[in-house]
Design a protein around this ligand. Structure first.
Ligand code: PLP
Length: 452
């Protein structure tokens, strides 16, 4: 490949990056990744980095498994593209749909394919509104989501999400979206116990339903554990209360499993970890371990029946059920299954990460260390007793720590002043130890910078 300097110059000249301060990046130059293997990435200067984020929470089986490359090549030779519109289908889309129906919780026996989580959530907005219209309740339109939720970047999915910075650009949200708070006890729980706070946050859903009018609310959407919002693991009291409120007011429950699906929390789906009964489930990322772009909406028998009986659902993407993406996703599910990667997260490597990660609470900057399966967060604070925020703008310290981790060849993410990891499910104990060592070094260096 060309030299790092040439790559960086061309990148700065022609490539606009997602969620990136381009001016700052142009000064620094992008770190150009040329290779992956397991939990490791290699950059264009030959430096190896430990990928603590599985790319963007997606490379569940680890980087660059040759089996998937072979499946993709074989499928491209057989049938590189065929659509699933009108009255056609093809074996990879069919086999994957059947497998997903087998794995999904409850009666989510139908999949509507997309190429991403954003597109799948756009499908969900149209689907739930259309469903209620088919049921003779066209006024049931409003979807309630949560503050700081990330459900994607298209106009629909970004509207569904609760990120203020996204709404500030491009005149979002679209009409018919409402929002409640997030169950973020560490920062927002005040003097309440986590359990009381979890219940109080769930009851905001009931208050919102009364405010909007129960006849106007179509659905509630949430992640089992909010990911990009900061790995917010809800108190135990939260989900039972939410579930009861959805049932009492005839709301559909859309569970966004884009991050929590495919083993991340120690079960196939976070819905199983938290005992949820979704009517619709959003999937993407770990579905193919990021090897191909593919996502979808898993849909209940009831919704599929009602919508199916009503004629055309006028919706679809050229790449819905793309044959190569579907074949690769199916092979990825087989690897997760045959290598027992998910029970391994639940019973072995998840608890191992939990124990070692908790040790970071001894660090002077860390107020709380939390894990759920192989997703983990550290709440940074200048005052552990008060769970206080830093005096500087939220996120400044987190960004310093993220940069120190990067300089120590660990990919770690920050959400405000929370430090996040979600490594591949294949990570070994030795690699967890190495990850913790590098995270600790990043924390020490951040602490030193703050004291200067
Ligand atoms: N939903 C959740 C919970 C996500 O974390 C993401 C992406 O990070 C999305 C949806 C959007 O998925 P995509 O980036 O594939 O469009």
């Amino acid at each position: 490949h060309p030299s790092t300097t040439d790559l960086q110059a061309q990148d700065a000249a022609h490539h606009m990056h997602p969620f990136t301060d381009e001016a700052a990046l142009a000064q620094k130059g992008a770190r150009v990744i040329v290779k992956g293997e397991g939990v490791w990435l290699t950059d264009s200067d030959g430096r190896r980095m430990l990928d603590g984020m599985s790319g963007l929470w997606c490379v569940n089986i680890g980087h660059c498994r040759a089996e998937l490359a072979e499946v993709a090549a074989a499928q491209m030779r057989d049938l590189a593209f065929s659509n699933t519109f009108f009255q056609t289908s093809h074996p990879p889309a069919i086999a994957l749909a059947a497998k997903l129906a087998e794995l999904a919780p409850g009666n989510l026996n139908h999949v509507f394919y997309s190429s991403s989580g954003s597109e799948a959530n756009d499908t969900n907005i149209r689907l739930v509104r259309h469903y209620w219209a088919c049921r003779g309740k066209p006024q049931k339109q409003v979807i309630i989501s949560r503050k700081n939720a990330y459900h994607g970047s298209t106009v629909g999915s970004a509207s569904l999400g609760g990120m203020a910075a996204m709404h500030a650009q491009g005149a979002l949200p679209i009409p018919g979206i409402a929002r409640i708070g997030q169950p973020h006890w560490y920062r927002e729980g005040g003097n309440m116990t986590p359990e009381d706070f979890g219940k109080a946050r769930a009851r905001e859903l009931e208050e919102a339903i009364h405010r909007i009018g129960p006849d106007s609310v179509a659905a509630f959407i949430a992640e089992p554990v909010q990911g990009a919002g900061g790995v917010i693991i809800p108190p135990d009291s939260y989900w039972p209360e939410i579930t009861a409120i959805c049932e009492a007011h005839d709301l559909l429950l859309i569970v966004d499993e884009v991050i929590t699906g495919f083993g991340r929390t120690g079960n196939w789906f976070g819905s199983q970890t938290f005992d949820l009964k979704p009517d619709i489930m959003t999937i993407a990322k770990g579905l193919s371990s990021g090897y191909m772009p593919i996502g979808g909406s898993m849909i209940s028998d009831e919704i599929a029946d009602v919508v199916g009986q009503a004629g055309d659902f006028a919706h679809g993407y050229t790449y819905s059920g793309h044959p190569v993406a579907a074949a690769v996703a199916l092979a990825n599910l087989e690897i997760l299954e045959t290598e027992n990667l998910i029970p391994r997260v639940r019973n072995h490597i998840g608890p191992y990460l939990g124990r070692t990660w908790e040790g970071l609470e001894d660090h002077p900057l860390v107020g709380r260390a939390e894990t759920c399966g192989l997703m983990a967060a550290l709440a940074l604070t200048p005052d552990k007793a008060r769970r206080a925020a830093f005096a500087a703008d939220e996120g400044v310290v987190g960004e310093i720590c993220r940069d120190r981790a990067f300089a120590n060849d660990l990919v770690m993410r920050h959400v405000g002043d929370r430090m996040i990891i979600a490594p591949p499910l294949t990570i070994t104990e030795e690699e967890v130890d190495e990850l913790i060592r590098r995270a600790c070094k990043a924390l020490d260096e951040t602490h030193a910078i703050l004291r200067q």
